[in-house]
Write a protein that binds this ligand. Structure first.
Ligand SMILES: *Cc1c(COP(=O)(O)O)cnc(C)c1O
Length: 217
């Protein structure tokens, strides 16, 4: 079974890193996956899932939530400010806080609604033009700005460049988090979550290794 397989590999990686097994949260990334596959993972008792689009999550999760208690949803993809309110209602965590305008919008919503999802600031560790995220050199300032807005920033998130050794990016993210007093590290996907755990990941985002390849056709 793919889920138990991944849970087992996470446990081994934690042992090897001398870390407690409950120090890593497995986010099962269910984007684009057929409902039957998601349901199978829910049936196995897993409750923590990741989606990268608000619209897609809004379509499929209310139905699952009626049937399965305790679902925890993480938004791992970009968030437009005009979808922020919807994201507030759907997600317990947002991993893609990446700009002042969004921070201000979230702060206003937090005031209005009296709660706020856990937030991770996305850092563009590879400084790639096409990728979202705050530049590494601007992250300290942005963390400070979010704190002034009273936002519940739990940690940092990164998506390393596809053609580079991810460990360098995981190490950089860990360093930036440490100097800002942040303990959450959202890093590691199907191909590299063990390396991320070795470098301190607290949240790994694993999709295809659990559910199988995504079919975008
Ligand atoms: C799709 C996605 C993942 C999961 O990727 P896999 O390689 O299928 O594990 C993780 N993080 C983000 C931000 C994603 O968009």
């Amino acid at each position: 079974m793919a889920l138990t397989d991944i849970q087992e590999r996470i446990a081994v990686a934690c042992d090897e890193a001398g870390r407690a097994q409950d120090s890593v949260t497995l986010i099962a990334v269910s984007k684009v996956q057929p409902d039957a596959r998601v349901e199978a993972v829910l049936e196995q008792g897993h409750r923590c899932f990741g989606e990268n689009r608000v619209q897609e999550a809004a379509g499929k999760w209310p139905g699952f939530r009626e049937r399965f208690d305790g679902v925890e949803l993480h938004l791992i993809g970009p968030l437009q400010t005009n979808k922020a309110r919807q994201a507030f209602d759907l997600f317990q965590a947002i991993h893609s806080l990446d700009r002042p305008k969004l921070a201000k919008t979230l702060a206003r919503l937090a005031q209005e609604e009296g709660h706020c999802p856990d937030l991770f600031i996305q850092v563009n560790t590879g400084e790639e033009d096409q990728k979202a995220g705050v530049m590494p050199g601007q992250t300290d300032d942005f963390v400070a700005e979010c704190r002034r807005l009273d936002l519940p920033v739990k940690g940092l998130m990164c998506i390393p460049p596809v053609d580079e050794e991810p460990s360098l990016h995981f190490a950089l993210l860990g360093k930036i988090a440490a100097r800002n007093g942040l303990t959450g590290l959202s890093m590691g996907m199907s191909g590299d979550f063990e390396r991320a755990i070795a470098l301190g990941a607290t949240h790994v985002r694993v999709g295809s290794a659990i559910f199988g390849e995504r079919d975008y056709g």
